[in-house]
Design a protein around this ligand. Structure first.
Ligand SMILES: NC(=O)c1ccc[n+]([C@@H]2O[C@H](COP(=O)([O-])OP(=O)(O)OC[C@H]3O[C@@H](n4cnc5c(N)ncnc54)[C@H](O)[C@@H]3O)[C@@H](O)[C@H]2O)c1
Length: 278
């Protein structure tokens, strides 16, 4: 990948939600968007901004930071107003890279969920996409032909037990992307989810046995796990004009994991393991 990029997002303006530290997928996407010529605002929850890490990305990309807890209608409305004021109009792309499960954080098993926390998982990780689209569209904040991408995980389709209630949150997120995508299509606006492979980030490492999930996916995927920077390159294409008719899709960015049954490497490893055990 050339350091100069391809100018794919020249003249485009966007909102990037979810950059926390330099491992965050959203952080890597922000750098790729900058490389491709985009201007954007960065947003995260006020509590996350207290860490102060986002300032470095803001300085590097020249993007202002606008705080917003995505479970609050008032804060989203204010973010949309401030963004419109900053750009003097609407945006061409939105990245939703937001996820959090209090149940996973507090190690509650799926069969023993705290329902208040379950609602928070759904609210933060999935319903927030609906809220953002509702307020931004309502305020005329999305330009015709805009592209919205939310990051998902294959737990939406298959059971990964340690991913607990986030499996449900991702299924809802993908459904909201399809449903809202069908309503916004009249203005050429696209809404898609990108189902990214396990990636070593702050949210990722919060999951029990994450390293095992990461290694399993790495060994099963013919192309191996994509990095956050590779995810960023893919998202850039979705924000660009090269993908104008791609909408209401869940797009796997996983090195071929989703269509793989077994890999020779994994089979050899298991054969060795079980032979040794005997
Ligand atoms: N890391 C992985 O293995 C992986 C795999 C597939 C998909 N994803 C998804 O990618 C996205 C980004 O996650 P990441 O892995 O980069 O981790 P991350 O921890 O860097 O990002 C998660 C972000 O969500 C933000 N957030 C949490 N609650 C919020 C709220 N109420 N309001 C606003 N923002 C809030 C956090 O502050 C953080 O910036 C998430 O949707 C995650 O589920 C991650």
């Amino acid at each position: 990948m050339s350091k100069e990029g391809y100018g794919l997002l020249k003249g485009k303006k966007g909102i990037i939600f979810g950059a926390l530290d330099d491992r965050s997928i959203a952080w890597r996407i922000a750098l790729a968007c900058k490389r491709e010529g985009a201007e954007f605002v960065l947003s995260n929850a006020p509590i996350a901004l207290r860490l102060g890490t986002l300032n470095a990305l803001s300085e590097e990309t020249g993007a202002p930071i606008i705080p917003c807890d995505v479970t609050s209608d008032d804060e989203i409305e204010s973010l949309v107003d401030q963004t419109k004021e900053h750009f003097g109009g609407g945006v061409d792309f939105v990245l939703h890279a937001i996820g959090m499960s209090p149940n996973i954080r507090k190690k509650k098993e799926y069969t023993d969920l705290n329902y208040k926390w379950f609602q928070q998982s759904l609210d933060i990780s999935a319903i927030s996409l609906h809220r953002i689209l509702h307020h931004i569209d309502g305020k005329g904040g999305l330009n015709d032909g805009a592209s919205v991408v939310a990051l998902s995980y294959i737990g939406a389709q298959r059971i990964f037990s340690k991913y607990s209630d986030m499996n449900d949150a991702k299924a809802l997120l993908e459904s909201i992307a399809r449903n809202y995508g069908s309503r916004l299509a009249k203005n050429g606006i696209r809404v898609n989810t990108v189902s990214q492979a396990p990636t070593k980030t702050s949210a990722g490492s919060g999951i029990k046995n994450f390293d095992g999930m990461y290694t399993f996916a790495e060994k099963l995927s013919p192309l191996g796990n994509p990095t956050a920077d590779e995810c960023a390159d893919y998202c850039v294409t979705l924000f660009s004009d090269l993908t104008r008719k791609v909408t209401m899709q869940n797009l796997y960015h996983d090195g071929g994991f989703v269509t793989s049954g077994f890999s020779e490497e994994l089979l050899d490893d298991l054969a060795h393991l079980y032979t040794e055990e005997k």
